[in-house]
Design a protein around this ligand. Structure first.
Ligand code: 5AD
Ligand code: SF4
Length: 466
């Protein structure tokens, strides 16, 4: 490949971030330099998301800007990922003079795509993508590990089965090999990724083919020596109590579970083709709480699904109060061309959807505030990321994924896992002090204010401790 300076831009989920990393490593092995801005690049690759209209609009506007740059100087533009796989994405690619189009199953074609001067489009679903991720750089604390790709469900609102194809699980040996590389690099927290991790192995004939159940895969990963294990995303339909048991019996598995419910109304769940009822969902929550009384629960909700009545929405609010989620991703229903709900159901008025989202966000804020307040006075294990900066604070997150801020302290001014006593909580953040094993505060290091920008410390300093 001719020497290339490539800039990569990612939209969408953690899966997409992982995929961008995969493409980046392919490029590096082919001799390309990865640069951090469009200005320095002769190739710009956009890894796209198609799950809602908003990320698609962002890509459109970015492509508009890139087209202007391309009119002034040579620039190769590539569209990758979920949007690229769709007719919608290919039309956009044509309209904006995109040179390379790679669907999420064709990312390994990036080298071939950059070889010639022709337009290059590849839209295959292939499973040999697994196993191409190189070790992370030494000192990496957090890593993602894809255990499966694609999805076999057919939720009526969702474009993902079209963009990412059917489910293909990765072999346990391959997963553990990648995990070993991550451990050797110093990784302390690994997040297992898949569209529906609870169905791990089902596509391969599961146990018959020697694949462990997801619960047993969790145990295997949890016993590997990695300090923390998380996973996302769980589909309630495939959730088994054994997953909750694995979380309870394997200390490395964090007591955090993201279990998207989407709606609290059985009528809406049926129209979404979610394949579980509100009652079955609540039974999973009860099982989780029985095994893990301090489990931290997160969810996804779609507000304003076609035909959702005020009563249906009240069911969602009531389910919220029954579960008391620690956090939630809340979305307004976005009609996606190519999905059954787009074809068959009429969209609700925008004002109705927005008003309901407002009420739900307010309710979630109350629960986040209430749940976070219970952490004040407790000692949490926090993975502090990033180097000490001039504000004098480090950011990180707990085993339950609560964002947390602490001031620099002697012996805890470096990225790593530390014990933190929580002193103050807001709905979105915990604030604390690093402590030793006896619970005594570690002495603080005074903030080193950047003399060139003394205002920086004030700008980045978190709220004062209560
Ligand atoms: N509209 C709004 N939200 C959606 N999601 C998926 N499809 C749509 C859509 N058409 C949400 C779901 C899913 C998350 C990744 O995105 O809540 O869990
Ligand atoms: Fe991820 Fe779904 Fe968006 Fe694809 S469409 S990037 S799988 S969230």
């Amino acid at each position: 490949m001719v020497t290339t300076r490539a800039h990569l831009i990612t939209y969408g989920c953690q899966m997409n971030e992982y995929d961008t990393h995969l493409v980046q490593s392919q490029l590096v092995s082919l001799g390309a330099d990865i640069v951090s801005s469009v200005d320095e690049a002769d190739v710009v690759l956009i890894n796209t998301c198609a799950v809602r209209g908003k990320p698609v609009e962002k890509v459109r506007s970015l492509l508009g800007d890139l087209r202007k740059i391309k009119a002034r100087r040579p620039l190769v533009i590539g569209l990758m990922g979920c949007l690229a796989q769709l007719d919608e994405g290919q039309q956009i690619a044509r309209a904006f003079g995109v040179d390379i189009v790679l669907g999420p199953g064709s990312l390994l074609d990036i080298g071939r795509a950059l070889e010639g001067n022709e337009r290059f489009w590849a839209l295959n679903f292939r499973d040999e993508l697994h196993g191409h991720v190189p070790p992370p750089p030494q000192g990496t604390l957090q890593a993602h590990l894809t255990i499966m790709r694609g999805c076999d469900h057919h939720c009526t609102y969702c474009i993902v089965p079209t963009t990412r194809g059917p489910q293909v699980s990765r072999s346990p040996d391959d997963i553990l090999r990648e995990l070993d590389m991550q451990l050797a690099a110093g990784v302390q927290e690994v997040t297992l990724l898949g569209q529906n991790v609870n169905a791990y192995g089902v596509d391969q004939g599961a146990q018959l083919a020697g694949y462990p159940s997801f619960a047993n895969l969790l145990r295997l990963v949890g016993q590997s020596g990695v300090r923390r294990v998380k996973f996302t995303t769980s589909h309630p339909m495939n959730f088994t109590e054994d997953v909750a048991a694995a979380m309870a019996d394997t200390p490395a598995i964090c007591e955090f579970i993201h279990l998207p419910v989407q709606s609290g109304s059985n009528r809406v769940l049926r129209r979404m083709a979610r394949e579980y009822t509100r009652e079955q969902y609540l039974k999973h929550v009860a099982d989780i709480r029985r095994h893990l009384p301090h489990a931290v629960l997160a969810t996804d909700i779609i507000v304003g699904f076609p035909g959702e009545t005020e009563d249906d929405f009240q069911d969602t609010l009531a389910l919220y109060d029954e579960v008391g989620y620690d956090s939630a991703y809340m979305f307004i229903y976005s009609p996606r061309p190519g999905t059954p709900s787009y074809t068959h159901f009429a969209d609700l008025p925008r004002e109705v959807k927005t008003e309901r989202l407002g009420r739900l966000v307010a309710r979630q804020k109350e629960w986040s505030a209430r749940n976070n307040a219970t952490k004040v006075g407790t000692v949490q294990e926090v993975l502090l990321r990033g180097d000490a900066h001039s504000s004098g604070f480090l950011e990180g997150h707990t085993r339950g994924s609560h964002p947390t801020v602490v001031p620099h302290a002697v012996g805890a001014d470096r990225p790593g896992v530390y014990r933190v006593r929580i002193e103050h909580a807001t709905p979105h953040m915990l604030y604390g002090r690093t402590v030793d094993t006896a619970g005594h505060d570690l002495p603080l290091i005074p903030a080193t204010v950047d003399t060139a920008r003394p205002e920086a410390a004030a700008l980045t300093a978190p709220l004062p401790m209560a």
